[in-house]
Design a protein around this ligand. Sequence first.
Ligand code: G16
Length: 541
Amino acid sequence: MDADKDNILEASARHPKPAGNFQYGTAGFRMKANLLDSVVFRVGLLAVLRSKKLNGQTIGLMITASHNPPEDNGVKLVDPMGEMLEQTWETHATTLANAPSDEALFAAFAKLSSDLKVRMDSPARVIFARDTRASGITLAASLVDALDALKAEYTDYKLQTTPQLHYLVRAINTKGTPHAYGEVSEKGYYEKIADGFKLAMKHRQTKGHVVVDCANGVGGPKLREMTKYLASANEGGIDIKVVCDDVVNPQALNVQCGADFVKTQQRAPPSSKASPLERCASLDGDADRLVYYFIDSSNTFHLLDGDRIATLTASFFADLGRASGLIDRLNMGVVQTAYANGASTRYITENLQLPVICTNTGVKHLHHAATRFDIGVYFEANGHGTVIFSAKAIKEINRHEPRSPAQADALETMKSLVALINQAVGDALSDLLLVEVILAHKNWGVQEWLNTYVDLPNRLVRVEVRDRGIFKAVDAERKLEAPLNIQKEIDDLVGKYSKGRSFARASGTEDAVRVYAEAATRGEADELAAKVAAIVQKYGV
Ligand code: G16
């Protein structure tokens, strides 16, 4: 520890902590990039501790602020199976990030390693990557300083989507085991997904092309790369038209395009040249979210968001379960958050007859809840999600003997989807191909997909307040327990609207409170959202 002490103190002096209090939030630390130098350095120290604690398993570290504006950045840790950092360790990250001096940082580090019984002579392995933000390179250097100080082994995977980094972590830690996830390389990632896609598309064809807006982020070059592994539509593949892929100008990231813009604004990016019924999709800045949209023949915009992807996927797996004969052996369910449109929840429970679990915002919560099912479909309305399969599901799918050609066909599709779907985390590129496979199997276009149910009109509003920390949510974030009396005011208001539902919660990635409202008509949903936002504003001054 003495050598570590000297090294940490010396290196930490190069990364002084600015004023302010930092918190490991919904998706790690996220803030203005110029405040992040010490935070990234300290998260690097924690990554080393985490890897040592897990006997040298590889820990991932992603430098990204995903959907946030270009001047922001962030950092989050990825656990060995490609899942988000175990929650108890988020507190440790916050503790290190807030240590007021280099000495206090070392003291906190030493206390953690002793409290957590970390063997400091264990090896430490870390891999990291970043999105296209201008600040990413400098922040990666701060991280390397921490890894060098503790003599950790590391690999810099440079520019990757967040899900690619998750894939790589899982592939490294499962290499050579019966659960090997795939080849440890970016190429391995594309090959795994593309092989799954090709198998799933045997005897099927996509209808026309899909236009993909890449939010001017890392998803652009990576999606182009992935298309090299896929044949074109007339050869049984897919035609993907990549747009909004300007990564030369970092200031363009997420601006007037991307999944967050389309979802929150409920309109196409202004640059879109979509013609009626053309299939369009948008990724976010680090390509872990996906939404679809289209305009109809009367030029009306229609959003097919994460709820729509969840319902489409759940209905497809239910079909495959029935067709393969596995339905009674595997339990299936869907996980959503409070942001899920009420109509989607009703469709899943009433039409698909599947259970729904509602969790707090943040894929870490949804992912965890989805493990309760053999086939767990989880999606946030904003487009972040995936499908996970239990060990039992994989075993059943692999060993089931089909009794007819139809059963064999359904089983083969299930197997191919297990390969195609990135089970480590929600992945916009993998989800895009998943949606395309399902639409091709159902022989649907976007209109048929939309016709499955009617969304309740809804509105999402962002309210800036002095201190968002005073807004404390409970009941899967559907209610506020603080400030006192605010929930009663919201409830009284909601009661006045037909099919009204609304809630407010502090964002974990932006300095704001989010307000969601839905009601029977567009006018009422807008009005309810505005009035709840006014209540939040009143309590937030
Ligand atoms: C992150 C999380 C998502 C979450 C979103 C918004 O997404 O990974 O689970 O829905 O932030 O969270 P909040 O409402 O707390 O700001 P991303 O795509 O920005 O990484």
